[in-house]
Write a protein that binds this ligand. Structure first.
Ligand SMILES: [Zn+2]
Ligand SMILES: [Zn+2]
Ligand SMILES: [Zn+2]
Length: 417
């Protein structure tokens, strides 16, 4: 079965050749066997290893014990809804949206943050149960993008399960299996609405989250692309295909004369994308014009208020907007921008500002670059040749969460186009 190594929390630094060695260590396995201790990296950071099995923000001693979840439920007859299935804490704040069981406040925050984060390989970046990122087991149902960590599978399904799953040639996950229960892990009925309700209740974001769509109901995406064209990126992610079996895209460079009736005729649309023009393009309008026009056309393309139909939008600024334009965009689009950047080595090659209601765009935010650096970068680019990666390339992976809503065909995902 395929494994998906993740770059966070450094469990892979445990001499990665054998995936077993990357198993999060539970109480019984601690201290680790001495051959692991020989690894100098591990020796100097034993606390890093424990991160996956304890809460970051909880008091250090003695901490919740995940290995006690089974004991609490089976022997102490504790209701699993009263235990955090992510970390074993008994300080339950809410219910886990996907599986029966509780969730403590720190795990809830982590879950919200990681809910829609995807890696370049097209799979979710973190475990669907605990949202930790180590070496993950990935679901081989082509319509599913979920991953599970070894520890969750062993703690909640049964000791040794991760090993069995690993040995299987075609494993589908606990949300895709025909039966709802595996050990202590019981899928919630109607987990898709549960996920939306969870988000609406717990997230501080003012943006609405749409209920994710089951595979058999997913339709090809219909895209309106203004000024910049997102076609190449959406094609590479499998959302669009020549021959129009999948998705369609309408691209407009100039929208000056477009009225509501035009958009109604061309639509309906599921995604409206717009960007300020790429550098090096001649443009006949001041940068602020693109914000106003995007906002105007977006109002035409939106479904009626209160419609349950998932509708997404994204506006990307290629660092050409003035400070004032940025404020206008934030006011009009009713959400703060995030900065997404292309960093090679220690140098920021390119960066964009992104406003969007696509889930997880916020979580991709990277705070490495200061406003001053962005200003200098924007100035530099007036003098230099345009970066080889256009703005659309930088935001490409932000579209991956749309796989939970629209049809796509499997495609070779690569980090470069
Ligand atoms: Zn927890
Ligand atoms: Zn997990
Ligand atoms: Zn699955």
């Amino acid at each position: 079965m395929a494994l998906s190594p993740r770059g966070t929390l450094n469990l892979e630094t445990l001499d990665g050749s054998d995936p077993d060695s990357a198993l999060p260590l539970d109480g019984e396995q601690w201290p680790p066997p001495c051959e692991i201790l020989l690894d100098p990296e591990v020796e100097h950071s034993p606390d890093v290893i424990l991160v996956g099995s304890s809460e970051l923000s909880s008091p250090p001693s003695p901490g919740p014990r995940r290995d006690l979840i089974a004991y609490e439920v089976k022997v102490n007859q504790r209701d699993i809804e009263d235990v955090c299935i992510c970390c074993g804490s008994l300080q339950v704040h809410t219910q886990h949206p996907l599986f029966e069981g509780g969730m403590c406040a720190p795990c809830k925050d982590k879950f919200l943050e990681c809910l829609f984060l995807y890696d370049d390989d097209g799979y979710q970046s973190y475990c669907s149960i605990c949202c930790a990122g180590e070496t993950l087991l990935i679901c081989e149902n082509p319509d599913c993008t979920r991953c599970y960590c070894f520890e969750c599978v062993d703690t909640l399904v049964g000791p040794g399960t991760s090993e069995k799953v690993h040995a299987m040639s075609n494993w589908v996950c606990f949300l895709c299996l025909p039966f709802p229960r595996s050990g202590l892990l019981q899928r919630r009925r109607k987990w898709r609405s549960g996920l939306k309700a969870f988000y609406d209740r717990e997230a501080e974001s003012p943006l609405e989250m749409y209920k994710t769509v089951p595979v058999w109901k997913r339709e090809p995406i219909r895209v309106l692309s203004l000024f910049g064209n997102i076609k190449k990126e959406l094609m590479s992610l499998g959302f669009l295909e020549d021959g129009s079996k999948l998705g369609r895209l309408k691209h407009l460079d100039d929208v000056t004369n477009v009225v509501r009736r035009d958009v109604d005729e061309w639509g309906p649309f599921d995604l409206t994308y717009g960007s300020t023009p790429a550098l090096g393009h001649t443009c006949d309008h001041p940068p602020g014009w693109y914000v106003y026009q995007f906002h105007r056309i977006l109002q035409y393309a939106r479904p009626k208020p209160g419609s349950p139909q998932p509708f997404f939008w994204m506006f990307v600024d290629n660092l050409v907007l003035t400070e004032e334009d940025l404020d206008v965009a934030t006011r009009f689009l009713e959400t703060d921008p995030v900065t997404i950047q292309d960093v090679r080595g220690r140098t920021v090659q390119n960066a964009v500002h992104v406003w969007s209601n696509i889930p997880a765009v916020k979580s991709r935010h990277s705070a490495l670059v200061s406003q001053e650096e962005l200003f200098l970068l924007a100035q530099d680019r007036q003098r230099m040749k345009p970066p080889d990666q256009g703005p659309a390339t930088l935001v490409k992976n932000c579209f991956l969460p749309l796989r939970e809503y629209f049809k796509y065909f499997s495609t070779e995902l690569t980090s470069s186009l």
